[in-house]
Every structure is written in structure tokens, then in C-alpha cells.
Design a protein around this ligand. Structure first.
Ligand code: ADP
Ligand code: 5GP
Length: 220
């Protein structure tokens, strides 16, 4: 029988794998950071990378920074769920924290590129929800990369040159957001997460709930 209605009904569900990709500078990390601050149900998948740490970045918070040799060791021992070379550096998702989160029904956020998104789609398509973030204009993308002021001019130019090839993958994603106004873009992401958590096929607890609901006979 359903418990008395003193506590809210909780329906068990599978965890979401929320993948956010964009060309560098479009704002995906800003959106991801805001989501992590405001939504305590979602955790970040912290990637390993061989790129140099930016001044604002903290080891093990933004990335696990590794040498190429260490990265290759992880990749070759199957410790990475996916990996890719992006802008001349290696990046990968450690397997273990993701498998643990999924087993416990927790949500995880992945700030990864289109190559990583493709690999997760292939391996775990039922759990992946993917969002591609576009800049409003290429001029604004360039200004954001400069305003961020964390990369050298050479690095910025490489990222801008790669942006068109990255944008070409927009159709592979479930949702596409134009990050013109940051608040509006963030609202859109929150709406997606809220709706995806309510999908019937994710809420396996609904079977028990409906069975108990139908077994209940109101006493009146
Ligand atoms: P990405 O993670 O996609 O490379 P970031 O999140 O680091 O991009 O954003 C790049 C820069 O653009 C940052 O300085 C960020 O504060 C700024 N930014 C992000 N979204 C907006 C927006 N909607 N309007 C103006 N600036 C933005
Ligand atoms: P950045 O150097 O700006 O932090 O990241 C560069 C690009 O690498 C971004 O598109 C980012 O999403 C991507 N990236 C970061 N971590 C991973 C990862 O673990 N796997 C993959 N495939 N891409 C990643």
C-alpha cells in the first residue's frame, strides 16, 4: 500500500549522463559551472588532460593534469571511458567514477568534445542526453576567447580555426542552444534536465508505484 501522504512520493530513476559540447569559447564551461552550483543532484565528470593548466584552474577540480605517458597508461589499461585528441592535447573521461555514479542512479555532467560525445552515445545511449552550445556569431566567439584571457594568442587562433569543424557536428546532439544571453541559455539547460529526469523510460520505480497505486482501495 502507498504510505500516508505525509512525505512526497519518490520514484527511483536511472542517472542522466548530460553531455555538453561546443566550440571553444561558446560558453559551455560557464553554463556547466552554473548548473553544478545550482543543482545539487548532478556531479561533474572530471577529465584527465595533457594540456597545460590555466592560471584559474585547480588540479582535480577542473581536470586531472597528466603527462602524455601517464595518459597513455590510463588509456591502454582501459581506465578511460572515452578519449580524444583536441586542439593538439589528449583528453579523456575516467571510467570508474562514471560507472559508480550510474550504478547509484546519480546524474553526471560531461564537458567533452564531439568525439567523446559520439563514443558515449555508442556505449551508453540510453543514459546520454546531449546538448550542443553555439555562439551567437563567430565575431562574438572570437571576443569571448580573448575576454577569457587564459590562453595565448597562438592557442586562441588554433581554437578559432578548429571551431568551424566542431560546429559541423551540431546535428549529432539531442538539443542545440544558442548562447547569446547567458541566463536564457542556462534556463534552457535547466528545462532540458528537468524534463529528461521525468522521462518514463528512466523512472524504473514507476512500475512499483503504479502497481501499489492500483492495489490500493480507498477506505472512504
Ligand atoms: P567554453 O567552455 O565553451 O570554452 P567558457 O565557458 O570558458 O567557454 O566561456 C568563454 C568566455 O565567454 C568566458 O569569459 C565567459 O565568461 C564568457 N561567456 C560565456 N557565456 C557568455 C554569454 N552568454 N555572453 C557573454 N559572455 C559569455
Ligand atoms: P579546454 O582545453 O578548453 O578545457 O577543452 C578543450 C576541449 O576538450 C573542449 O571541447 C572540451 O569539452 C574537450 N574535453 C574536455 N575534457 C574532455 C574529455 O574528457 N574527453 C573529450 N573527448 N573531450 C574533452
Amino acid at each position: 500500500m502507498n504510505p500516508a501522504k505525509s512525505s512526497p512520493v519518490q520514484i527511483a530513476r536511472r542517472g542522466l549522463m548530460l553531455v555538453i559540447s561546443s566550440p571553444s569559447g561558446a560558453g559551455k564551461s560557464t553554463i556547466a559551472r552554473t548548473l553544478l552550483e545550482k543543482d545539487r543532484q548532478i556531479g561533474l565528470s572530471v577529465s584527465v588532460t595533457t594540456r597545460q593548466r590555466r592560471p584559474s584552474e585547480i588540479e582535480d577540480v577542473h581536470y586531472h593534469f597528466k603527462s602524455v605517458r601517464e595518459f597513455e597508461r590510463m588509456r591502454d589499461s582501459d581506465a578511460l571511458l572515452e578519449w580524444a585528441e583536441v586542439h593538439g592535447n589528449f583528453y579523456g573521461t575516467p571510467r570508474e567514477p562514471v560507472e559508480q555514479a550510474m550504478a547509484e542512479g546519480r546524474d553526471m555532467l560531461f564537458d567533452i568534445d564531439w568525439q567523446g560525445a559520439q563514443q558515449l552515445q555508442e556505449k551508453m545511449s540510453a543514459d546520454v542526453v546531449s546538448i550542443f552550445v553555439l555562439p551567437p556569431t563567430m565575431t562574438e566567439l572570437q571576443s569571448r576567447l580573448h575576454r577569457r584571457a587564459e590562453d595565448s594568442e597562438e592557442v586562441i587562433q588554433t581554437r578559432l580555426a578548429n571551431s568551424r569543424a566542431e560546429i559541423a557536428h551540431w546535428r549529432e546532439y539531442d538539443y542545440v542552444i544558442v548562447n547569446d544571453d547567458l541566463n536564457a541559455a542556462f534556463d534552457a539547460v535547466q528545462s532540458i534536465v528537468k524534463a529528461e529526469r521525468l522521462r518514463r523510460d528512466r523512472r524504473h520505480g514507476m512500475f512499483d508505484f503504479v502497481r501499489e497505486l492500483l492495489e490500493e482501495t480507498p477506505s472512504l
